[in-house]
Design a protein around this ligand. Structure first.
Ligand SMILES: Cc1cc2nc3c(=O)[nH]c(=O)nc-3n(C[C@H](O)[C@H](O)[C@H](O)COP(=O)(O)OP(=O)(O)OC[C@H]3O[C@@H](n4cnc5c(N)ncnc54)[C@H](O)[C@@H]3O)c2cc1C
Length: 377
């Protein structure tokens, strides 16, 4: 009998796993999403380093229209006053087949949904109850439908509701006292940057990232501001108080449609207590966005799990958790360190950081161990 898998949540992690199963195995599977449609929100860019692009290429990501993606070659570091500090060549991790890629999140979701949308995706599905039955898991949904499966994969994001049905131990993510603000820049701006690169501006208690997301001159802007409270109605005033006081010339950037949300991350990864249940993506561990690895790790975790299930590894549960938590530790440490180092408020500390940064970006060994271990494909 063919094994059957239920994937809960149609974000980047769940959709990647679904594509891998569809293209490379004969398992039965169904993707259950709580919303009534996929979020194809335009105002959101995403960076994919080579570790995730090489996996996506196994499901034909290389066939995406080149006009809809971009391959930046470097990260340019600036002070918040737009003074260049140094640059780091990220294209050195590229191979002929997998290149550091930036794109709209909606472009990635459109690509991932293509093959599975009609046959393998069900909307408006929320788990109501789970029971074990003859070595399988019976999932009952709120709309009175049910599914009897061999494996359940929780891919329902950082606040994973799937966990609450299977785990006694809570893995509550913590609010990092920081707010993310995003928009797409379509018009000209007055910044002195190379629009083909990723530009990173570091200020007191905040940083700003601007990068191209396609070949239509659209740029994604993400601004992370440390603030104790998230007040979605006062984002403009937060920008005025905290960012524009550091550089009033940035005002024009924030004229568009702003989207904001509070930043959460997981403090540790917890194993699944059921050998038939796995967690991937943010449901396994949510990262701070300061290493741009959230989507990449979602894709990697889907790939690791797929390989174990495909090979019917009898110890899949342990092997998956051990491998994933090792990887998570590396990425979490670097994301947290960047979050700390990008935001120094004292000008003395900023000068020391900038001095070290200029020095370190030239050190091949450091770059290889700091980024190479993360970007390895
Ligand atoms: C400011 C910011 C910038 C970022 N930038 C980058 C970047 O440049 N590069 C990068 O790699 N990552 C980035 N990330 C992180 C990245 O977006 C996430 O890590 C990634 O999207 C996680 O994917 P996921 O599929 O695990 O979860 P999600 O994207 O959260 O998807 C979960 C899905 O599950 C569904 N769902 C939720 N609950 C249920 C339920 N009970 N039942 C059924 N379905 C459910 C949801 O509706 C959703 O469709 C950024 C994040 C932030 C906050």
């Amino acid at each position: 009998m063919k094994k059957k898998i239920a994937i809960i949540g149609a974000g980047i992690a769940g959709l990647t796993l679904a594509n891998l199963i569809k293209k490379n195995s004969d398992f039965e599977f169904m993707l259950y999403e709580k919303e009534e449609s996929l979020s194809l929100d335009d105002g959101f860019g995403i960076q994919l380093s080579t570790n995730s692009v090489s996996i996506l290429n196994k499901i034909d990501f290389n066939k995406v229209d080149p006009k809809d993606i971009f391959h930046p070659t470097a990260i340019d570091f600036f002070t918040i006053k737009n003074e260049k500090i140094c640059d780091l060549e990220i294209s050195k991790f590229n191979t002929e087949y997998s290149k550091y890629t930036t794109l709209k999140r909606s472009t990635l979701i459109e690509f991932l949904k293509d093959e599975i949308y009609i046959q393998h995706l069900r909307f408006g599905k929320r788990i109501k109850e789970v029971t074990e039955l003859k070595g399988k898991v019976l999932i009952k949904f709120h709309d009175n439908t049910n599914d009897l499966v061999d494996y359940v994969v929780g891919a329902d994001g950082i606040f994973s509701n799937t966990r609450s049905f299977f785990e006694k131990k809570k893995n509550q993510p913590s609010f990092k006292k920081a707010i993310a603000i995003r928009l797409i820049l379509k018009t000209k701006h007055n910044l002195d940057i190379n629009e083909k690169n990723i530009s990173l501006f570091m200020g007191s208690n905040l940083h700003l990232v601007i990068y191209p997301i396609n070949k239509k001159n659209e740029l994604n802007l993400a601004c992370i501001i440390r603030d104790k409270k998230y007040d979605p109605d006062n984002i403009k005033s937060l920008i005025e108080r905290r960012l524009l006081t550091q550089n009033p010339n940035l005002e024009d950037l924030f004229k568009g449609d702003l989207k904001s949300w509070p930043l959460y991350s997981s403090s540790k990864a917890l194993p699944s207590s059921n050998k038939k249940v796995f967690y991937i993506g943010d449901a396994f561990n949510g990262f701070l966005p300061t290493l741009a690895q959230g989507a990449g790790q979602s894709i990697e975790s889907a790939y690791e799990l797929f390989n174990l299930i495909k090979d019917e590894n009898l110890d899949a549960s342990n092997v998956y958790f051990t491998t994933r938590s090792e990887r998570t530790k590396i990425v979490r440490r670097r994301s947290n360190f960047n979050f700390f180092a990008f935001h120094f408020s004292s000008s003395f500390m900023q000068k020391i950081r900038n001095f070290f940064l200029k020095f370190l970006v030239k050190k091949k060994y450091f770059i290889k161990s700091y980024l190479g271990t993360v970007y390895k494909s």
